[in-house]
Design a protein around this ligand. Structure first.
Ligand code: FE2
Ligand code: FE2
Length: 270
Protein backbone atom coordinates (compact mmCIF):
# COMPACT_ATOMS: atom_id res chain seq x y z
CA UNK A 1 0.00 0.00 0.00
CA UNK A 2 1.15 3.51 -0.78
CA UNK A 3 1.91 5.84 2.08
CA UNK A 4 1.67 8.99 -0.04
CA UNK A 5 0.29 12.11 1.62
CA UNK A 6 -3.29 12.82 0.55
CA UNK A 7 -4.28 16.45 0.52
CA UNK A 8 -7.57 15.89 -1.18
CA UNK A 9 -10.75 17.88 -0.48
CA UNK A 10 -13.20 16.46 2.03
CA UNK A 11 -16.63 15.21 0.87
CA UNK A 12 -18.22 18.22 2.62
CA UNK A 13 -15.91 20.66 0.79
CA UNK A 14 -16.69 18.95 -2.53
CA UNK A 15 -20.40 19.17 -1.75
CA UNK A 16 -20.05 22.91 -1.06
CA UNK A 17 -18.19 23.43 -4.34
CA UNK A 18 -20.81 21.42 -6.25
CA UNK A 19 -23.59 23.68 -4.94
CA UNK A 20 -21.93 26.57 -6.79
CA UNK A 21 -20.21 25.00 -9.79
CA UNK A 22 -22.47 22.04 -10.52
CA UNK A 23 -25.47 24.13 -11.49
CA UNK A 24 -24.61 25.05 -15.10
CA UNK A 25 -27.50 24.43 -17.47
CA UNK A 26 -26.97 22.27 -20.59
CA UNK A 27 -30.07 23.86 -22.11
CA UNK A 28 -28.38 27.27 -22.14
CA UNK A 29 -25.47 26.32 -24.42
CA UNK A 30 -26.13 27.78 -27.87
CA UNK A 31 -25.33 25.02 -30.39
CA UNK A 32 -25.84 27.06 -33.59
CA UNK A 33 -22.15 27.20 -34.56
CA UNK A 34 -21.74 23.44 -34.21
CA UNK A 35 -24.78 22.82 -36.37
CA UNK A 36 -23.10 24.65 -39.25
CA UNK A 37 -19.88 22.68 -38.71
CA UNK A 38 -21.79 19.38 -38.75
CA UNK A 39 -22.97 20.15 -42.28
CA UNK A 40 -19.33 20.39 -43.39
CA UNK A 41 -18.40 16.83 -42.36
CA UNK A 42 -18.61 13.93 -44.79
CA UNK A 43 -20.71 10.86 -43.80
CA UNK A 44 -17.70 8.86 -42.54
CA UNK A 45 -16.49 11.73 -40.35
CA UNK A 46 -20.00 12.17 -38.97
CA UNK A 47 -20.12 8.48 -38.13
CA UNK A 48 -16.91 8.66 -36.07
CA UNK A 49 -18.13 11.69 -34.11
CA UNK A 50 -21.57 10.13 -33.55
CA UNK A 51 -19.94 6.94 -32.29
CA UNK A 52 -18.02 8.80 -29.58
CA UNK A 53 -20.97 10.99 -28.57
CA UNK A 54 -23.30 7.95 -28.50
CA UNK A 55 -21.02 6.07 -26.08
CA UNK A 56 -20.79 9.16 -23.88
CA UNK A 57 -24.58 9.55 -23.89
CA UNK A 58 -25.19 5.88 -23.08
CA UNK A 59 -22.51 6.00 -20.38
CA UNK A 60 -23.94 9.12 -18.74
CA UNK A 61 -27.45 7.61 -18.63
CA UNK A 62 -26.08 4.40 -17.15
CA UNK A 63 -24.03 6.11 -14.42
CA UNK A 64 -27.01 8.32 -13.54
CA UNK A 65 -29.18 5.22 -13.13
CA UNK A 66 -26.78 3.19 -11.00
CA UNK A 67 -25.27 5.74 -8.62
CA UNK A 68 -28.31 5.73 -6.32
CA UNK A 69 -27.38 2.23 -5.08
CA UNK A 70 -23.97 3.49 -4.03
CA UNK A 71 -25.39 6.57 -2.29
CA UNK A 72 -28.01 4.51 -0.45
CA UNK A 73 -25.42 2.18 1.05
CA UNK A 74 -22.82 4.85 1.83
CA UNK A 75 -22.39 4.94 5.64
CA UNK A 76 -20.98 8.49 5.81
CA UNK A 77 -23.48 11.39 5.74
CA UNK A 78 -21.08 13.88 4.08
CA UNK A 79 -20.39 11.40 1.29
CA UNK A 80 -24.14 10.88 0.78
CA UNK A 81 -24.57 14.66 0.56
CA UNK A 82 -21.86 14.88 -2.08
CA UNK A 83 -23.26 11.90 -4.01
CA UNK A 84 -26.66 13.57 -4.25
CA UNK A 85 -24.98 16.38 -6.24
CA UNK A 86 -23.16 13.82 -8.36
CA UNK A 87 -26.41 12.10 -9.39
CA UNK A 88 -27.87 15.48 -10.42
CA UNK A 89 -24.74 16.29 -12.43
CA UNK A 90 -24.65 12.92 -14.22
CA UNK A 91 -28.26 13.46 -15.31
CA UNK A 92 -27.28 16.86 -16.71
CA UNK A 93 -24.36 15.33 -18.61
CA UNK A 94 -26.77 12.90 -20.29
CA UNK A 95 -29.05 15.87 -21.04
CA UNK A 96 -26.18 17.71 -22.76
CA UNK A 97 -25.56 14.82 -25.18
CA UNK A 98 -29.30 14.24 -25.69
CA UNK A 99 -29.60 17.86 -26.77
CA UNK A 100 -26.51 17.65 -28.93
CA UNK A 101 -28.08 14.80 -30.89
CA UNK A 102 -31.41 16.60 -31.17
CA UNK A 103 -29.96 19.88 -32.37
CA UNK A 104 -26.69 19.04 -34.11
CA UNK A 105 -26.34 15.41 -35.25
CA UNK A 106 -30.00 14.59 -35.75
CA UNK A 107 -31.89 11.47 -34.70
CA UNK A 108 -29.50 8.68 -33.76
CA UNK A 109 -30.07 5.23 -32.26
CA UNK A 110 -27.28 5.55 -29.71
CA UNK A 111 -27.75 1.97 -28.46
CA UNK A 112 -26.58 0.71 -31.87
CA UNK A 113 -23.05 1.74 -30.86
CA UNK A 114 -23.06 -0.40 -27.73
CA UNK A 115 -20.72 -3.09 -29.00
CA UNK A 116 -19.76 -5.77 -26.42
CA UNK A 117 -16.51 -4.06 -25.38
CA UNK A 118 -18.51 -0.99 -24.29
CA UNK A 119 -21.94 -2.40 -23.37
CA UNK A 120 -20.48 -4.69 -20.70
CA UNK A 121 -18.45 -2.11 -18.84
CA UNK A 122 -20.80 0.86 -19.28
CA UNK A 123 -24.17 -0.83 -18.80
CA UNK A 124 -24.47 -4.51 -17.85
CA UNK A 125 -21.59 -4.95 -15.40
CA UNK A 126 -22.12 -1.53 -13.84
CA UNK A 127 -25.78 -2.34 -13.23
CA UNK A 128 -24.77 -5.69 -11.69
CA UNK A 129 -22.36 -3.90 -9.33
CA UNK A 130 -25.16 -1.54 -8.26
CA UNK A 131 -27.59 -4.42 -7.80
CA UNK A 132 -25.01 -6.34 -5.75
CA UNK A 133 -25.02 -3.43 -3.28
CA UNK A 134 -28.83 -3.39 -3.29
CA UNK A 135 -29.12 -7.14 -2.75
CA UNK A 136 -26.62 -7.13 0.13
CA UNK A 137 -28.60 -4.30 1.75
CA UNK A 138 -32.10 -5.67 1.30
CA UNK A 139 -31.29 -9.32 2.05
CA UNK A 140 -29.71 -8.41 5.38
CA UNK A 141 -26.24 -9.46 4.23
CA UNK A 142 -24.71 -6.23 5.50
CA UNK A 143 -21.25 -7.81 5.85
CA UNK A 144 -21.11 -7.96 2.03
CA UNK A 145 -21.81 -4.24 1.59
CA UNK A 146 -18.23 -2.91 2.05
CA UNK A 147 -16.71 -5.10 -0.71
CA UNK A 148 -19.64 -4.33 -3.03
CA UNK A 149 -18.96 -0.61 -2.44
CA UNK A 150 -15.22 -0.98 -3.15
CA UNK A 151 -15.82 -2.85 -6.41
CA UNK A 152 -18.48 -0.36 -7.46
CA UNK A 153 -16.13 2.58 -6.77
CA UNK A 154 -13.32 0.91 -8.75
CA UNK A 155 -15.61 0.15 -11.68
CA UNK A 156 -17.52 3.43 -11.74
CA UNK A 157 -15.02 6.03 -10.57
CA UNK A 158 -11.62 4.54 -11.49
CA UNK A 159 -12.53 2.80 -14.76
CA UNK A 160 -15.61 4.48 -16.29
CA UNK A 161 -14.99 8.03 -15.09
CA UNK A 162 -11.27 8.03 -14.37
CA UNK A 163 -10.01 6.06 -17.36
CA UNK A 164 -12.65 5.90 -20.12
CA UNK A 165 -14.40 9.29 -19.84
CA UNK A 166 -11.20 11.19 -19.05
CA UNK A 167 -9.61 9.72 -22.17
CA UNK A 168 -12.71 10.44 -24.25
CA UNK A 169 -12.48 14.17 -23.45
CA UNK A 170 -9.09 14.18 -25.20
CA UNK A 171 -10.79 12.94 -28.38
CA UNK A 172 -13.01 16.06 -28.39
CA UNK A 173 -10.12 18.36 -27.54
CA UNK A 174 -8.05 16.88 -30.38
CA UNK A 175 -10.99 17.32 -32.74
CA UNK A 176 -11.28 21.01 -31.94
CA UNK A 177 -7.51 21.56 -32.01
CA UNK A 178 -7.17 19.86 -35.40
CA UNK A 179 -10.22 21.25 -37.19
CA UNK A 180 -11.16 24.41 -35.27
CA UNK A 181 -14.70 23.04 -35.35
CA UNK A 182 -17.34 22.17 -32.74
CA UNK A 183 -16.53 24.79 -30.08
CA UNK A 184 -19.88 24.31 -28.29
CA UNK A 185 -19.32 20.59 -27.97
CA UNK A 186 -16.02 21.40 -26.31
CA UNK A 187 -17.70 24.01 -24.09
CA UNK A 188 -20.09 21.32 -22.81
CA UNK A 189 -17.23 18.85 -22.41
CA UNK A 190 -15.25 21.37 -20.34
CA UNK A 191 -18.18 21.88 -17.97
CA UNK A 192 -18.75 18.13 -17.74
CA UNK A 193 -15.04 17.62 -17.14
CA UNK A 194 -14.99 20.04 -14.25
CA UNK A 195 -17.91 18.19 -12.60
CA UNK A 196 -16.13 14.91 -13.24
CA UNK A 197 -13.04 16.24 -11.47
CA UNK A 198 -15.06 16.36 -8.23
CA UNK A 199 -16.57 12.91 -8.84
CA UNK A 200 -13.12 11.50 -9.31
CA UNK A 201 -11.55 13.18 -6.27
CA UNK A 202 -14.37 11.88 -4.11
CA UNK A 203 -14.46 8.40 -5.63
CA UNK A 204 -10.73 7.77 -5.51
CA UNK A 205 -10.50 9.10 -1.96
CA UNK A 206 -13.27 6.69 -0.94
CA UNK A 207 -11.61 3.74 -2.72
CA UNK A 208 -8.22 4.45 -1.12
CA UNK A 209 -9.86 4.69 2.31
CA UNK A 210 -11.72 1.41 1.72
CA UNK A 211 -8.53 -0.43 0.75
CA UNK A 212 -6.78 0.89 3.86
CA UNK A 213 -9.63 -0.20 6.11
CA UNK A 214 -10.26 -3.53 4.35
CA UNK A 215 -6.94 -5.03 3.18
CA UNK A 216 -8.88 -8.07 1.91
CA UNK A 217 -10.39 -5.81 -0.80
CA UNK A 218 -6.98 -5.12 -2.33
CA UNK A 219 -6.77 -8.29 -4.43
CA UNK A 220 -10.29 -8.23 -5.94
CA UNK A 221 -9.93 -4.49 -6.71
CA UNK A 222 -6.49 -5.03 -8.25
CA UNK A 223 -7.89 -7.89 -10.36
CA UNK A 224 -10.65 -5.59 -11.65
CA UNK A 225 -8.10 -2.90 -12.55
CA UNK A 226 -5.92 -5.41 -14.41
CA UNK A 227 -8.85 -6.88 -16.35
CA UNK A 228 -9.89 -3.43 -17.50
CA UNK A 229 -6.34 -2.50 -18.60
CA UNK A 230 -6.48 -5.45 -20.99
CA UNK A 231 -9.58 -3.96 -22.65
CA UNK A 232 -7.95 -0.61 -23.50
CA UNK A 233 -6.64 -1.52 -27.01
CA UNK A 234 -9.96 -3.06 -28.16
CA UNK A 235 -11.91 -0.04 -26.94
CA UNK A 236 -9.51 2.37 -28.63
CA UNK A 237 -9.76 0.37 -31.87
CA UNK A 238 -13.54 0.71 -31.91
CA UNK A 239 -13.28 4.51 -31.92
CA UNK A 240 -10.44 4.72 -34.44
CA UNK A 241 -11.42 2.01 -36.96
CA UNK A 242 -11.90 3.69 -39.33
CA UNK A 243 -10.43 7.11 -38.49
CA UNK A 244 -11.76 9.58 -41.10
CA UNK A 245 -11.32 12.52 -38.69
CA UNK A 246 -7.61 11.70 -38.74
CA UNK A 247 -7.05 11.97 -34.98
CA UNK A 248 -4.04 10.44 -33.20
CA UNK A 249 -5.09 6.94 -32.06
CA UNK A 250 -1.78 6.14 -30.34
CA UNK A 251 -1.76 9.37 -28.35
CA UNK A 252 -5.29 8.64 -27.09
CA UNK A 253 -4.34 5.07 -26.14
CA UNK A 254 -1.28 6.28 -24.24
CA UNK A 255 -3.48 8.73 -22.33
CA UNK A 256 -5.82 5.88 -21.50
CA UNK A 257 -3.00 3.80 -19.99
CA UNK A 258 -1.66 6.85 -18.14
CA UNK A 259 -5.10 7.56 -16.66
CA UNK A 260 -5.47 3.92 -15.63
CA UNK A 261 -2.04 3.92 -13.94
CA UNK A 262 -2.82 7.17 -12.13
CA UNK A 263 -6.10 5.79 -10.77
CA UNK A 264 -4.27 2.72 -9.45
CA UNK A 265 -1.75 4.97 -7.70
CA UNK A 266 -4.53 7.09 -6.20
CA UNK A 267 -6.17 3.92 -4.88
CA UNK A 268 -2.85 3.09 -3.21
CA UNK A 269 -2.05 0.25 -5.63
CA UNK A 270 1.11 0.28 -7.66
FE1 FE2 B 1 -20.86 12.35 -16.07
FE1 FE2 C 1 -19.22 11.51 -13.14
Amino acid sequence: MSTAVHNTKSPRQLYNIAKNLGIWDPAKIDLTEDKAHWQMLNPEQREQLIKTCALFYEGEVSVSDTLAWFMLAMPDLDRRMFLSTQIFEEVKHAEFFERYFQEVCGKVDTSAYLVPEYKGVLLDQLRQRGEAIGQALTNGRTSEVPLALSLFACHYMAVVEGTMALTGYEFFEDLLAKTGMFPRLLEGIKLIRSDEGRHLVHGMDFLREQLEQHPDHVEPVRALFMREAENIPRRTDFIFTPNPLGLDRDRIQQISYANHAQRMREAGLN
